[in-house]
Ligand binder design. Sequence first.
Ligand SMILES: Cc1cc2nc3c(=O)[nH]c(=O)nc-3n(C[C@H](O)[C@H](O)[C@H](O)COP(=O)(O)OP(=O)(O)OC[C@H]3O[C@@H](n4cnc5c(N)ncnc54)[C@H](O)[C@@H]3O)c2cc1C
Length: 276
Amino acid sequence: MATALSRLALLQPRSLDEALRRLRDEGPLVPLAGGTDLYVGFHFDTIPGRRFLDLQGLRELDGVRRHGETLVIGALATYTDLIRSPLVRRRLPILAEATRWIGSPQIQNRGTLGGNIANASPAGDTLPVLAAAEATVVLRRVDGERRVPFGSFYTGYRQTVMRPDELIVAVEVPRVEGRQWFRKVGTRAAQAISKVVMAAVRAPRPRIALGSVAPTVVRVPRTEAVLAGGGTLAEAQAILMDEIQPIDDLRSTAAYRRRVSANLLAQFWRDTARAR
Ligand SMILES: Cc1cc2nc3c(=O)[nH]c(=O)nc-3n(C[C@H](O)[C@H](O)[C@H](O)COP(=O)(O)OP(=O)(O)OC[C@H]3O[C@@H](n4cnc5c(N)ncnc54)[C@H](O)[C@@H]3O)c2cc1C
């Protein structure tokens, strides 16, 4: 580990109120949830700060529940929690599906949904699901709470609207009407960062979101409009390849990502056309 532990400080609040107060009064602090992303930073000495706010004891951030028609997922829900949750499997099966392909069981036991969102990687596997489901991110600070539509949460590559004195406390997912679909393409099925990841909902108007094809997770409204308007799949594929902005990097090429995205669109459209 490149970072000397002796240079680090860990604050362990006992309640959400205390955590938010310390975030405001003793900052800058780096929130620490499962630590699976931050730990990589320790190793390469690229962590964003030296003083950490441990969220693990904050029971207010736990759990998956229903509030009326809304599915409410606490920021500290781990991938294992999501896979095991009957509510998630029933209401948002593509979230459980996305989660199953994340890392290994060890990562699934530690990594949290809040961490995946806040880490803001364009390759985060849960992010297209939340984008297609039109989720809302609930942010809390000492003097208030705000709800940010998922589509407005990211402002650029690894940039979010979150302020340094705010924490993600939960994600709210409205009832999703229509068939849901998810697919991750990586070097291998699990333990691989996505080359392209797509989540989509079929009806009444298709909602399609992709990861690893732009600086942030993206919805593709022009492609959605072609399909909603009765355009052909080939037309929608052409628009999609124009609408995304993938790059060449060490995991893949832009051309490959465009082609795979078009293939995934076709697979989504065909799979969800079948009678259930
Ligand atoms: C071996 C390995 C394999 C992986 N495989 C995948 C994969 O297949 N797909 C994938 O998407 N990811 C993968 N990851 C990345 C990682 O596991 C996830 O992004 C995970 O969800 C991060 O959650 P965490 O709780 O561990 O976050 P942490 O590491 O604790 O934090 C990550 C970031 O989020 C911030 N943060 C955490 N919680 C909050 C909160 N409630 N409010 C505000 N900020 C917060 C932290 O300050 C930090 O900046 C992998 C990581 C490893 C090490």
